[in-house]
Write a protein that binds this ligand. Structure first.
Ligand SMILES: [Fe+2]
Length: 378
């Protein structure tokens, strides 16, 4: 929306800005305004890094006057501290007043859509390797799938680690971990003491509960499959969390408050982190689910709180393991699967025979960055 300023009125509290249309005016405090100028003295125009010395702004600063310019698209404020006048774009102020989505908001037009087994996306979100590699439109479709549904399949992927790495780099740098950057996953690999490197059933979980900054995305490319079973399981943590919030608010509250420690230990490695199973953002919206009972580390709480935690965690476990919430995908050579590890839980059915995957992780902010950038490049 095109926000324009029709009038500005200096006052004791700050600058009152009147918008076009029926909206109520917004008062921007003087100190805040002095700290947020978009003119060259306040903000580096190339890097958008702050130039104004926030800590040198007098506490009682106030503007001497203000004008509306450029047909309501810009305002200028003159200061009592002899600083150069500061300028502000109406669009930026409107976003900061909460009237519109700013550029920091992730894909404002792309709402996440919660799904369960009975409401699974049909057809399944999928993108073609060739289209993703060919240009931004294909890449954007892929990223939108991940944003909206929490996962996407990829078809036509060459069965090599190099192809998976090329695919991954369309989003951003591959994350280095104790497993490497690009890692191989099969029961034939003996170098990691983890259930993932077996043929056993793996209950749905998120990766990196033992990492302070759990991987944002996880990518698997199926290189080889000659056997039975081994379907990948996906569960929408967003749907599970929102159902819990609606049906069991007390359990939901416990899961957002109790910090759950996790660990990963093998020769020469001892990783540890802790956070609540469900994290919300500053608006109370779902942000992240962390759930891996295999990797949970011991912790104790006073009796009543401990039992409240076990009850809530058990409720979460029941829903995560309820097959009505599952999507089972048999990954075969030529197929890759990418998912949001802050939202989707993943697991695997047990299998016989040979199954070789390669995969990698991305940092959360690198995925979000690519999503923001391709929004304007398409
Ligand atoms: Fe995993």
């Amino acid at each position: 929306m095109d926000f324009r300023v029709v009038a500005v009125e200096p006052g004791d509290e700050g600058l009152s800005v009147t918008w076009g249309g029926d909206r109520a005016p917004t008062i921007f405090e003087w100190f805040w305004l002095r700290d947020h100028g978009e003119d060259e003295a306040s903000l580096d125009p190339a890097t958008l890094q702050r130039r104004v010395d926030t800590f040198a702004i007098p506490a009682g600063i106030r503007g001497l006057g203000a004008e509306v310019e450029q047909d309501g698209r810009r305002i200028v404020v003159r200061w009592s501290d002899d600083g150069a006048p500061s300028t502000y774009s109406a669009a930026r102020l409107a976003a900061l007043a909460g009237l519109s989505a700013g550029d920091e908001v992730l894909a404002p037009k792309l709402q996440r859509r919660a799904w369960a087994g009975g409401s699974r996306p049909d057809p399944l979100p999928s993108a073609a390797f060739e289209a993703i590699m060919a240009g931004n439109a294909g890449l954007r479709d892929w990223l939108e799938n991940i944003r909206v549904w929490g996962f996407s399949l990829v078809d036509g992927v060459p069965g090599t680690q190099e192809a998976a790495a090329e695919l991954a780099r369309r989003i951003g740098p591959v994350r280095e971990t104790i497993f490497g950057g690009m890692w191989m996953l099969s029961a034939e690999i003996a170098e990691h003491d983890d259930t993932a490197y077996t043929t056993q059933y793996l209950a749905p979980h998120t990766d990196g509960t033992y990492s302070h900054d759990a991987p944002g995305l996880q990518l698997f490319n199926c290189l080889e499959f000659d056997g039975r079973g081994g379907e990948s399981i996906l569960v929408d943590g967003l749907a599970v969390a929102e159902t819990l919030r609606a049906e069991r608010p007390e359990d939901f509250d416990v899961l957002t408050r109790v910090s759950v420690p996790a660990r990963y230990i093998e020769a020469g490695v001892h990783l540890r982190a802790a956070r609540p199973a469900i994290r919300l953002d500053e608006r109370g919206d779902f942000l992240q689910i962390s759930f891996n009972n295999y990797d949970r580390a011991p912790f104790r709480l006073p009796k009543a709180e401990m039992m409240a935690f076990y009850r809530a965690y058990g409720e979460l476990n029941r829903r995560v393991n309820d097959q009505a919430n599952w999507l089972k995908v048999p990954l075969r050579p030529g197929m890759a699967l990418i998912f949001d590890n802050w939202r989707s839980l993943h697991g695997r059915m047990s299998y016989t025979g040979k199954r070789v995957f390669c995969g990698c992780y991305h940092n959360r902010e690198d995925f979000e960055s690519r999503l923001r950038v391709t929004d304007t490049e398409r």
